[in-house]
Design a protein around this ligand. Structure first.
Ligand SMILES: Nc1ncnc2c1ncn2[C@@H]1O[C@H](COP(=O)(O)OP(=O)(O)OP(=O)(O)O)[C@@H](O)[C@H]1O
Length: 257
């Protein structure tokens, strides 16, 4: 039995009269990549925002390793091991690619004051930063300002920063959106690599069904903020709700009946 690392219980948020996430109860396990799918406006990003602490729920709870973190701020959740790729605009656009990765690594390492130790760890940190840049295929652009990178490279850097933080729980929100076809495999390879670390929990919001089909161990479907399906990829992809949402067959209400 795999260990539950993250759980939401009856998680709900209302914007005025609109219920964007509606009583979603779901447990996520270490060693499992769960894909979250659903039509545009289904509530996927809002659900992520509630988990990572960018939004406060109207009702319900978020639990991390069994502890209630519903009122914990986003930064404390990151320190507790919940990692999400953030938009670069909120990071350090005027620093180089390398400096951004080093800062992410440093914030994780909590360097102390023992100078010898600082030097040794500093060396290890530089090596690790080099590795992260290799992994996201940005080594050649290490000195470029983050803000000057083309969109696809910025997305790769976001993922690189997340890798540098090395959280227990990885949250990816459409990590390959807007990337060119030759950039996509870099990100998919990284996620494949993460899956081999069986103590990691991975959540992936993704529209591309071929990516979902290949990577997911489990799929959950959100529709109008409600959890509509949950199961192994084959079963969920074949379900009427997914067929309708992605392939435009019978209307959902009919299909779900
Ligand atoms: N801050 C907000 N204020 C009001 N309504 C919001 C807010 N954030 C999201 N919504 C609404 O909540 C619903 C869910 O939006 P969300 O972005 O979570 O959907 P999504 O499944 O991620 O969609 P997409 O696949 O298009 O990214 C939408 O109807 C959206 O308009």
């Amino acid at each position: 039995m795999k260990k539950t690392s993250l759980e939401t219980r009856d998680l709900t948020i209302r914007f005025g009269g609109h219920v964007a996430v509606n009583a979603v109860s779901c447990a996520f396990q270490a060693g499992t990549l769960t894909a979250i799918v659903g039509p545009n406006g289904a509530g996927k990003t809002t659900y992520f925002n509630l988990i990572s602490g960018q939004l406060k729920p109207s009702a319900g709870q978020v639990l991390l390793n069994g502890s209630d973190i519903t009122s914990m701020p986003a930064s404390a959740r990151t320190h507790a091991g919940l990692g999400r790729a953030f938009q670069l605009t909120s990071l350090f656009p005027n620093l180089s690619v390398m400096e951004n990765v080093r800062l992410a690594l440093q914030s994780r390492a909590h360097l102390g004051l023992d100078l010898w130790n600082v030097w040794n760890r500093h060396k290890a940190l530089i090596e690790r930063a080099e590795q992260v840049l290799e992994d996201v295929a940005l080594a050649a652009k290490r000195d470029a300002h983050a803000a000057a990178l083309p969109h696809g490279d910025q997305r790769k850097l976001e993922v690189g920063l997340l890798m540098a933080l090395d959280p227990d729980i990885f949250m990816f929100d459409e990590p390959t959106a807007g990337m060119s076809v030759d950039e996509v495999p870099v990100i998919l390879d990284l996620i494949r690599g993460l899956k081999k670390q069986t103590h990691k929990t991975i959540l992936l919001v993704e529209h591309k069904m071929d990516v979902v089909r290949e990577l997911a161990d489990r799929i959950i479907v959100l529709h109008n903020g409600t959890l509509m399906a949950d199961g192994d990829p084959e079963t969920v992809i074949a379900s009427p709700i997914v067929q309708q949402a992605y392939l435009g067959t019978a209307p959902v209400e009919e299909a779900a009946a």
